[in-house]
Design a protein around this ligand. Structure first.
Ligand code: PMP
Length: 403
């Protein structure tokens, strides 16, 4: 039995913190503010649309539909996002429906990243980007958001974390194939400003680099901040793949409906990966999401819009969690978007002392202590950093406030 069973592409990507923390959370009674999904009902119109899809007269909604996206859904996505991107979208060639944003990301890396290609990832980052780049044979290159001190007497905001323009520029080389942008960003909740987007866009155009723009939290933006779509900036449509998720958009993470939008010259390669792996996404869920987008299109920007209501509700939940964390002595970083926030736990080091010579980052051990002794689950922020940088950021933990 000396023959290795594991494919080489899995080397170094086979450990995953989620497995350990999900298990721990299941073992002790707790309030789980770790994993990010709503514990409230999706809106009635979304549930009704699904009920109608499975019990209505159109029996074909129980069968396979078009492999690259159910016609009703790609049509509505093209209409909705075409307006926002200022771009006429062809439903058949500029939209691809995927099994959640996860599959959309996987298709991007598999279809467009080759051995020897470098992919720039902005830290802290949604943790699957790094293994996905590696599984495609690419090399992740990291650049960090750097924090500046909060204004006197104020809590730090996710907006206080910024890219250093010279540092970012230095990461673009001849080998750079793509940059991954995630705004609003998980785990920090940062909403990149137009100026920051322009900086990234200019570098992409200058170096002929692609942009994978993960915008799954596009509607969860607070305090009047604006979500900028990088594909709408000059020179970017033709080199950007925009990724979205009905899971985050309509509070239905279990449905696993996602999509990519982009030029045919890029999407045709994603279609090849999709065709030869997943092939097809559940029809009834796609039909229901199509109806939900129809309703949002009709109510766009109005108080009746779910997108408007959800952001208002979550902003209140955010403020409540911020106050609660301050009351127990943590220092939350107030997020401008998403349903996550990072909090500084440095004040607790005397209470939960660090073990010298331990390989395990402090935040990870702190959370284990917090689960067992306080019944509260969060996620270590070191998870969202590359290995060499984990220990520099292990005084931070991530909470989810969608509960
Ligand atoms: N991107 C980001 C930044 C996420 O946080 C998540 C889910 N946690 C995804 C993509 C995956 O989304 P989906 O559930 O639609 O696959």
């Amino acid at each position: 039995m000396s023959r290795p069973v594991q494919a080489r592409r899995l080397e170094g990507v086979d450990k995953n913190i989620w497995v350990e923390f999900v298990k721990l959370a299941a073992t002790y009674p707790n309030v789980n503010l770790g994993q990010g999904f709503p514990d409230f009902s999706p809106p009635d119109f979304v549930k009704e649309a699904f009920k109608k899809a499975v019990s209505g007269e159109n029996i074909m909604l129980h069968q396979y539909t078009r492999a690259f996206g159910h016609p009703a859904l790609v049509t509505n996505l093209a209409r909705f996002f075409g307006k926002l991107l200022g771009q006429e979208l062809d439903p058949m060639t500029n939209v691809l429906v995927t099994v959640g944003a996860y599959e959309a990301l996987f298709c991007c890396f598999q279809a467009l990243v080759d051995e020897g290609d470098e992919v720039i990832i902005i830290e802290p980052f949604f943790d699957c980007y790094e293994p996905m780049v590696k599984m495609a044979g690419g090399t992740p290159v990291f650049v960090q958001l750097r924090s500046k001190a909060a204004e006197a007497g104020k809590l730090m905001s996710s907006g206080d974390w910024r890219l250093d323009p010279a540092e970012l520029a230095s990461r673009f080389t001849k080998q750079t194939k793509a940059i991954v942008l995630n705004s609003p960003n998980n785990p920090l909740g940062k909403v990149f400003t137009r100026e920051e987007m322009e900086l990234i866009a200019d570098l992409c155009v200058k170096h002929d680099v692609l942009c994978f723009s993960d915008e799954v939290y596009e509607w969860l933006v607070y305090d009047g901040k604006e979500h900028i779509r990088i594909a709408s900036l000059p020179g970017m449509w033709d080199r950007t793949i925009t990724i979205g998720s009905a899971g985050k958009t309509f509070s239905i993470t279990g449905w696993k409906v996602g999509w990519t939008l982009g030029p045919d010259r890029l999407l045709k390669h994603l279609r090849t990966v999709h065709q030869n792996s997943v092939y097809h996404c559940p029809t009834a869920a796609q039909e229901a999401v199509a109806q939900a987008f129809q309703r949002e299109f009709d109510n766009y920007g109005k108080q009746d819009s779910y997108f408007v209501q959800l952001a208002q509700e979550l902003q209140q939940k955010r403020d409540w969690l911020v106050q609660s964390l301050v009351a127990v002595g943590m220092k939350p970083i107030v997020p401008e978007g998403t349903y996550f926030l990072m909090a500084d736990i440095s004040e607790f080091i005397s209470e939960v002392p660090d073990l010298p010579d331990s390989d395990e980052p402090y935040d990870s051990r702190f959370i284990k202590w917090m689960i067992i002794n306080k019944g509260l689950v969060a996620i270590p922020v070191s998870t969202f950093y590359s290995t060499p940088h984990k220990r520099n950021f292990d005084h931070l933990i991530r909470f989810c406030f969608v509960k």
